[in-house]
Ligand binder design. Structure first.
Ligand SMILES: [Zn+2]
Length: 133
């Protein structure tokens, strides 16, 4: 995996995107840490997570697999939290308002164990940060 930080977010402009590339598979993910914008390239897999081959009689090689582009143009935002113990923060995008409600609910349940939790989102040309804990 190669990770590159600091490219401009095409959605909110203010935020910085992280680009994660898997050189072995060619999969790529772009994620904005401020607004949750996401795009990338994924290998097509079946419901079990197995890679789908164009020709199943041929080996698993880059030209024998399907690549699908995806883009989340209007995500709800970006969630992050830091537990009191361990000191490792977690960050993940919230695609929808429902995802935000789920995150809020899980934070409410475990807030005694958290040092910090917040949601950052892009609204009307600026980034708003909601502190939950
Ligand atoms: Zn952004």
């Amino acid at each position: 995996m190669t990770v590159e930080n600091g490219c401009e977010c095409p959605r909110c402009i203010i935020g910085e995107c992280t680009i994660t590339v898997n050189p072995r598979t060619g999969e790529e993910d772009v994620l904005c840490q401020s607004c949750g914008y996401q795009k990338g390239v994924n290998i097509r897999r079946d419901e079990k997570g197995e890679i789908i081959l164009k020709d199943s009689t041929k080996p698993l090689e880059k030209d024998n697999i399907y690549y699908d582009k995806y883009e989340v143009q209007a995500p709800y935002g970006m969630a992050s939290y830091m537990p009191k113990i361990g000191g490792i923060g977690h960050m993940f995008p919230l695609r929808t308002f429902e995802n935000y409600l789920e995150f809020k609910e899980s934070i409410e349940k475990s807030k005694d164990d958290l040092q910090q939790a917040k949601v950052s989102r892009f609204t009307e040309e600026k980034i708003e940060v909601e502190i939950l804990v």
